[in-house]
Design a protein around this ligand. Structure first.
Ligand code: GTP
Ligand code: MG
Length: 176
């Protein structure tokens, strides 16, 4: 029969990577060019139907600013899923490096069965990456594969792959 699953999901990543924008797109179907930087964290919920189940995501959109780092465990503790977001246009891959740090922290302190997705966000700005585009996508793919995440390039602006990433998580959640 159809199952109802409640899943706590946390978004982590560098300041400005687009965590809030991805959530706003997923939950409300909206995008704002001047999204305000998150203070502390924000809570949302959204339900998604997959083949055999209805998944209610309880979403914690955390703040990327370093001064909020110590709050993060409250949001990832007990989480069934995480989306680690980085900005693909970010100079010198600082945003990607920050994403890797979050993955390490989750691997060390998070729920070992956590479903983890890596989102390379702002894919609509693909051209801004110029020649490094393909190399950095490949890096992210290899990194994700080696660390047990799945990888998608997303755009909160165009909605590309936004529902898809939540859907892929929903499919991977344990059916208990
Ligand atoms: P913090 O809350 O400070 O940690 O940042 P955040 O990760 O929540 O980023 P936020 O969603 O606030 O987005 C930062 C800026 O990037 C905003 O001006 C957004 O409009 C913009 N932005 C987010 N996603 C996209 C995207 O997919 N494409 C483009 N072009 N801009 C985006
Ligand atoms: Mg935010």
């Amino acid at each position: 029969g159809n199952k109802n699953i409640n899943a706590k999901l946390v978004l982590l990543g560098d300041v400005g990577a687009g965590k809030s924008s991805l959530v706003l797109r997923f939950v409300k179907g909206q995008f704002v060019e001047f999204q305000e930087s998150t203070i502390g964290a924000a809570f949302f919920s959204q339900t998604l139907a997959v083949n055999d189940a209805t998944v209610k995501f309880e979403i914690w959109d955390t703040a990327g600013q370093e001064r909020y780092h110590s709050l993060a465990p409250m949001y990832y503790r007990g989480a069934a899923a995480a989306i680690i977001v980085y900005d693909i246009t970010n100079q010198a891959s600082a945003s990607f490096e920050r994403a890797k740090k979050w993955v390490q922290e989750l691997q060390a302190q998070g729920n070992p069965n956590m479903v983890m997705a890596l989102a390379g966000n702002k894919a609509d700005l693909l051209d801004a990456r110029k020649v490094t585009a393909e190399a950095s996508t490949l890096d992210a793919q290899v990194y994700a594969q080696e660390n047990g995440l799945f990888f998608m390039e997303t755009s909160a602006k165009t909605a590309s792959n936004v529902n898809d990433i939540f859907y892929e998580i929903a499919k991977r959640l344990p059916r208990v």
